[in-house]
Design a protein around this ligand. Structure first.
Ligand code: HEC
Ligand code: HEC
Length: 294
């Protein structure tokens, strides 16, 4: 070969000896830098096979690959990260257990941790009744607004969560029963009248002076003790505001007549025996943050 090396006249580069239609192929050498990088990758790969987990060996379980002399394992890395995360969580959980609700809400880190935990626990335990966005349904209150049946402070919400509402299992449950006025307390005509009166409190019905006088009298005797003289509601008694156009059981006249005739008595479970104290605190902080916390 060396004897009949042919060089291209223009460039001085060797040819390969291949020729097509008088055009000869040049045997241009690879750039030096490229060749060195290529050798380096070979050296690197051999060093890597020796140092790190690399080749399958067909064994069983976790013994089916070469381990490498450095003993690196992603399994171990994940395990370490998990332990680290758990230790960090445990710090927060201990801190939340020791803090009162106001302290949790005032501490940026505890607040963030509680909101995340509260949101997850809400999805698991509460969304079925209150909706995934806590928007509520008929009979299940919206928790985003600032209308509270039983009070919207952190403490109020926490108490509601611990013992529930009309939840027989706990003596401390929130409890108040509106009478079913259809059971002989008021006549259907009186119920109709007082329903219009309730609607008139939010400007949705008009009564003549005579009707208004009669209805206001019924209201003062029968309803004001729970719902307040002006229909403003009393949270200690769980009696909703009747003036705010926010209706738990619907705001049509028929809905209101139904509520007054039969009463409703919504039930919510207590959580003190189902969720741990830290989760309940997280939930209280989360619900309080939804928009209408007082
Ligand atoms: C089985 C259905 C149900 C589940 C589950 C449920 N709730 Fe309720 N919740 C209700 C009902 C019904 C009411 C309204 C009771 C009433 O008439 O006063 C209520 C009321 C509330 C109130 C009081 C609202 C106010 O205006 O005072 C809060 C706060 C609340 N729920 C939060 C939660 C949280 C947090 C969870 C999850 C841990 C949850 N609820 C799970 C049915 C439920
Ligand atoms: C003993 C206390 C009590 C008395 C008296 C009472 N209520 Fe109520 N009322 C409640 C409670 C508690 C609720 C909430 C029921 C529930 O959440 O299930 C309620 C709910 C309502 C609602 C439904 C509100 C909504 O958002 O859907 C209306 C309307 C209402 N009452 C009207 C009346 C009228 C009218 C009277 C008098 C004729 C009256 N109530 C007397 C305690 C009372």
């Amino acid at each position: 070969m060396a004897t009949n090396v042919e060089r291209d006249e223009a460039t001085g580069t060797e040819t390969t000896g291949h020729e097509w239609d008088g055009i000869k192929e040049l045997n241009t050498p690879l750039p030096k830098w490229w060749v060195w990088v290529f050798y380096a990758t070979i050296v690197w790969s051999i060093a890597y096979w020796i140092a790190m987990p690399a080749w399958p060996t067909g064994g069983s379980g976790t013994d089916d690959y070469t381990k490498g002399v450095l003993g690196y394992s992603q399994r171990n890395v994940v395990a370490e990260q998990l332990t680290e995360a758990r230790t960090k969580q445990a710090q927060y959980i201990d801190a939340i257990a020791a803090a009162d609700l106001e302290q949790i809400a005032a501490d940026d880190e505890l607040l963030r941790f509680s909101l995340a935990g509260g949101a997850a626990a809400f999805g698991d335990n509460c969304a079925a009744c209150h909706g995934s966005g806590a928007q509520g349904f008929k009979g299940y209150p919206n928790l985003n607004d600032d209308a509270w049946i039983w009070g919207g402070t952190l403490e109020d919400i926490h108490t509601t969560l611990l013992y529930g509402i009309r939840w027989d299992e706990f003596d401390d449950t929130r409890f108040n029963d509106m009478p079913a006025y259809g059971d002989g307390i008021l006549t259907p005509e009186e119920i109709d009248l007082v329903a219009d009166y309730v609607l008139s409190l939010s400007g949705q019905a008009e009564l003549s002076d005579a009707q208004f006088k009669e209805a206001a009298e019924i209201y003062a005797i029968q309803c004001a003790a729970c719902h307040g003289d002006e229909g403003e509601g009393i949270t200690e008694l769980g009696a909703p505001n009747l003036r705010d156009s926010i209706w738990l059981y619907g705001g049509d006249k028929a809905d209101i007549v139904e509520t007054i005739t039969h009463s409703r008595a919504g039930v919510m479970p207590g959580w003190v025996d189902r969720l741990d104290p830290v989760t309940i605190k997280q939930l209280a902080v989360y619900v309080h943050s939804l928009g209408g916390g007082q």
